[in-house]
Design a protein around this ligand. Structure first.
Ligand code: GRF
Length: 200
């Protein structure tokens, strides 16, 4: 069974989609055994508690350097015997140490069709503001492997979502979550968990 850690920073709706998918038997090769939040106020921690999943906070500001933070993340993952990591709305930067410890074992959900509207500074509502600003008719979400380049790793899954007349960034974000993110992330989790199961 592939042990999965989910890393969160905010509301945790993607975490909830993963929890619900696991309960529905859609992630048969993986089990979410740990949630790591970048701050103690993340509502995602409530969702983990309700689902009976162990959680911990590893806050970047508690460490004097990126390296010290990265090492704390790796130590936490290793201590829980984690096999793969899912970044679900996680907003802290993960440095080389983490990427090297989990090569091709970290996936991230990004709320656009990469390579559009991605990279440094494109997160949360900013992604949808940029899509509306550009006037694209179609946007969507991407699940990709995480490497040292922000949103630069191999693309695993993508799903398109229509932009509609009068969309605000908030309305568009919600549609992309409902119609793409919450569908793709559990699918990608099972794909990677199954492939790692073979390796073990
Ligand atoms: C949202 O902007 C979502 O598009 C992105 O992370 C942010 C928070 O999502 N993936 P969540 O509700 O915390 O999962």
């Amino acid at each position: 069974m592939t042990k999965i850690a989910v890393m969160v920073s905010g509301g945790g709706t993607n975490l909830q989609a993963l929890i619900d998918a696991e309960k529905a038997g859609k992630i048969p090769h993986g089990k979410i055994t740990l949630v790591i939040a970048s701050n103690a106020k993340a509502y995602a921690l409530e969702r983990a508690a309700k689902a009976g999943i162990e959680s911990t906070v590893v806050a970047r500001k508690s460490y004097e350097s990126q390296e010290a933070f990265d090492q704390a993340v790796v130590d936490t993952l290793r201590a829980h015997d984690i096999d793969m990591v899912i970044l679900a709305g996680f907003l802290s930067i993960l440095g080389e140490t983490v990427i090297k410890a989990y090569p091709d074992r970290i996936i991230n959900i990004h709320p656009s069709l990469i390579p559009s509207f991605c990279g440094k500074g494109f997160y949360g509502l900013k992604v949808h503001e940029a899509a509306l600003e550009r006037g694209v008719k179609v946007t969507g979400a991407t699940v990709h492997l995480v490497n040292e380049i922000p949103d630069g790793g191999r693309i695993l899954l993508q799903k398109a979502v229509a932009v509609e007349e009068g969309d605000t960034p908030e309305v568009l974000q919600r549609r992309v979550m409902e119609q793409a993110e919450w569908i793709l992330l559990p699918q990608a989790a099972e794909l990677l968990a199954a492939s790692l199961n073979e390796e073990e």
